[in-house]
Design a protein around this ligand. Structure first.
Ligand code: ZN
Length: 196
């Protein structure tokens, strides 16, 4: 195979979930695309790598000092939803549950992997709660062991600061049948029950 195509295939295999076969399919697809369309993909990658940085307040991805969410004055600024990764914000925003502020930790605690509190944006969160009029911190880290340890740690750090700390409830997927739920999910759903 020609060197330039081979090179593109090799580059594409660096992406997660893209094996050799998929990379080949993508490479030949790109080759067949109109030049302008193919180059707009390349430009989008270049732009995101050259301009993307972390919001100085919440550590969301942005192209300026403050991200769009932090700059949006119409949001409820008394509530912060804490997530592990910037991509989690997109998902929560899509749920349209509330228009609040966020705080991205850029990971979850995992002492075994050397991810200690200093490696995450936890001090920055405590600072935000201290400096601003925050009434509630909603911890939306993943329902994993790391996510739970992180949630617990944050709760302890915020304890001295008179702020309500909540954890998102885990439940059953809508439209599902409890008969098919695994016991961990069901147990968590029962724990997170609320009054009707
Ligand atoms: Zn922000």
């Amino acid at each position: 195979m020609h060197g330039i195509i081979e090179n593109l295939i090799n580059q594409l295999t660096r992406l997660p979930g893209i094996g050799r076969k998929s990379a080949q399919r993508l490479a030949f697809f790109i080759l067949s695309m109109p030049e302008a369309e193919a180059l707009s993909i390349a430009d989008a990658i270049r732009t995101v790598k050259q301009t993307a940085r972390f919001c100085s307040q919440c550590f969301n991805i942005t192209d300026s000092d403050l991200c769009e969410i932090c700059s949006d004055e119409s949001r409820d600024r008394s509530r912060i939803v804490v997530v592990e990764e910037p991509s989690n914000i997109l998902v929560i925003e899509r749920a349209k549950a509330f228009r609040c502020l966020y705080h991205v930790l850029l990971g979850a605690l995992s002492p075994i992997d050397g991810i200690t509190p200093e490696r995450l944006k936890i001090d920055e969160l405590v600072g935000r709660v201290k400096d601003h009029d925050i009434r509630e911190v909603v911890i939306a880290t993943n329902p994993t062991t790391k996510g739970e340890i992180t949630a617990q740690y944050i709760k302890e750090q915020l304890a001295p600061l008179n702020v309500k700390v909540t954890r998102i409830a885990y439940g059953l997927p809508m439209g599902s049948d409890i008969e098919f739920a695994d016991e961990v999910t069901l147990g968590k759903a029962l724990e997170g029950r609320r009054e009707l």
